[in-house]
Ligand binder design. Sequence first.
Ligand SMILES: Nc1nonc1C(=O)NC1CCNCC1
Length: 235
Amino acid sequence: MRFDLITLFPEFFHSPLQSGLIAKAIAKGLAEVHCTNPRDFTCDRHHKVDDEPYGGGAGMVLKPEPLAAALESLPVVTPRQVIYLSPQGEPMTQALFQDLATSVEQLVLVCGHYEGIDERVMTWIDREISLGDFVLTCGEIPALALLNGVLRLRPGTIGKEESHRCDSFSDGLLDYPHYTRPAEFRGLKVPEVLLSGNHGAIAAWRRQQQLERTRDRRPDLYQAWQAQQSDLDSH
Ligand SMILES: Nc1nonc1C(=O)NC1CCNCC1
């Protein structure tokens, strides 16, 4: 899988792509990551990538020429999607990551800055995606989150030490609590059932924990899960 990051700050990605499972996946050749800086596609002596907004107002807007030139400079690997990261996009979910991990071989991620990009650049964009309903200083953080979440789902990225099982969102519920040695820590004990060796009881306890946590913390997810269950029960 090829990731192309359109970014004014390629150095932002150096460290996070050099550690952990993502670095291992890249080293194993499961993915290649390329950064392209729109500033390299400017023609003026100041290498201008942004300008004042038409219609006035605060802030700056990323100019269309450098972004379009950067996008057009990329090799094309199909199937591909060109994604603009912005708060106006569809929200990132595990289902969206699953979709991208299984449907494309190239992901181009355009990282926004300032007030945003000139709307005419949307001509080159397939999909707008948001990390969440908040505003950051840069689109690189959402781009990194998306790269991480999608590459994690590609075969070979996570081994037996971590399974996609914990993608509890994939079954619509939050994850259950986890414990490891020691059995007692500062007077805090591990739930007895987890020490029982009774795999049926352990599975039932974990499922119950998922349901209770989702009900208490994310009523929106819980409601959707209940609706999904009633659909399944009625078929
Ligand atoms: N939330 C977000 N999901 O994707 N991008 C997001 C974001 O906040 N981008 C910033 C918006 C203001 N300009 C700099 C980039």
